[in-house]
Design a protein around this ligand. Structure first.
Ligand code: LMR
Length: 319
């Protein structure tokens, strides 16, 4: 069987990590792409990872490129192009600069990779994935944003740490936009299948502790930015996007929280928002509509309103 082709647009920290993970998981041949000024970085990282392949024992062709023609026929494209925030900035502060980048990348994808499953990581995420879908005109089922998997992974890590249990036994998920208004769901998160509110009743933790973990999850990206000082998180974002790519390429049909284009679900029409979806060979095969209680609904609506506002700003700056 011919190997799949994975194009990674942006050869920065996330791009390099994506290339390594895609190689280790043998997802296919990898093209690491960046603009001509960074072609050397793309080629250097691709060669470096190719030289790690004999040690790790994976087979994949890795190339660096700056010409969109080189991503032709890609099965999956993961977009990290654009700039990360610095300490003190919000993701939304990046809208002006990154909207221009997404417009240019979208034109390249439309011309050279029209059949790809496109995963956007660039911030501000929900607005940028919406812009990507608009610029390419691709089927919304084939254009998704990586955020929920990352936010949920952070939530799971903090919970596993609190309960002193394996991360494998913690399920958690986060709804809404990938901004300060995201909605970590306490009711739908579990340890060994036991919902978090029940763990409070059992005396295993306190509501106050859970509230702190929820807030730390919301601030998860900013916590890393404050520590790194020169950029934002890259290992966990890359791992999250690779989980999405793998589910698509292997038709695993995993249920993953992703920014997907809603068409009436959750009372939202035409916006990309983080919700649980099934990802398989058809891309986003189903949007799962979970029942929200009054408080969750109010928080979700607040998050939708924030995304809507940012989409309006994006429309202005993107022209
Ligand atoms: C993250 O959550 O790590 C990313 O969205 C990057 C950021 O700016 O926080």
């Amino acid at each position: 069987m011919a190997r799949k082709k994975i194009a990674l647009v942006g050869a920065g920290q996330i791009g390099g990590t994506l290339a390594l993970l895609a190689g280790l998981k043998e997802l296919g041949d990898i093209v690491l792409f960046d603009i001509p000024d960074f072609e050397g970085v793309a080629k250097g990282k691709a060669l470096d990872i190719a030289e790690a392949a004999p040690v790790e024992g994976f087979d994949a062709s890795l190339t660096g490129a700056s010409d969109y023609a080189d991503i032709a026929g890609a099965d999956v494209v993961i977009v990290t192009a654009g700039v990360p925030r610095k300490p003190g900035m919000s993701r939304d502060d990046l809208v002006g600069i990154n909207a221009k980048v997404i417009k240019a990348v979208g034109a390249g994808l439309k011309a050279h990779a029209p059949d790809a499953f496109v995963i956007v990581i660039t911030n501000p995420l929900d607005a940028m994935v919406g812009l990507m879908q608009q610029v390419t005109g691709f089927d919304p089922a084939k254009v998704v944003g990586m955020a929920g998997v990352l936010d949920s992974a952070r939530f799971r890590h903090f919970l596993a740490d609190e309960f002193k249990v394996s991360v494998e036994d913690v399920t958690a998920f986060v709804l809404g936009g990938h901004g300060d208004t995201m909605v970590p769901s306490v009711r739908y998160s579990t340890v060994a299948g036991i919902p978090l509110p029940d763990l409070v009743k059992m005396g295993w933790t306190t509501q106050e502790k859970l509230d702190q973990i929820v807030q730390r999850t919301r601030d998860g990206g900013a916590e890393i930015v404050a520590l790194l000082k020169t950029g934002s998180a890259f290992y966990a974002p890359a791992a999250s996007a690779i989980a999405m790519a793998e589910s698509y390429l292997k038709d695993k049909k995993r249920v993953l929280p992703c920014a997907a284009k809603l068409t009436g679900q959750y009372g939202v029409d035409g916006l990309y928002i983080g919700v649980p979806v099934i990802i398989g060979a058809g891309g986003v095969e189903k949007i799962i509509e979970i029942e929200l209680n009054a408080e969750e609904k109010a928080n979700f609506e607040k998050s939708v309103a924030a995304v809507q506002q940012l989409v309006e700003v994006t429309a202005k700056v993107a022209g």
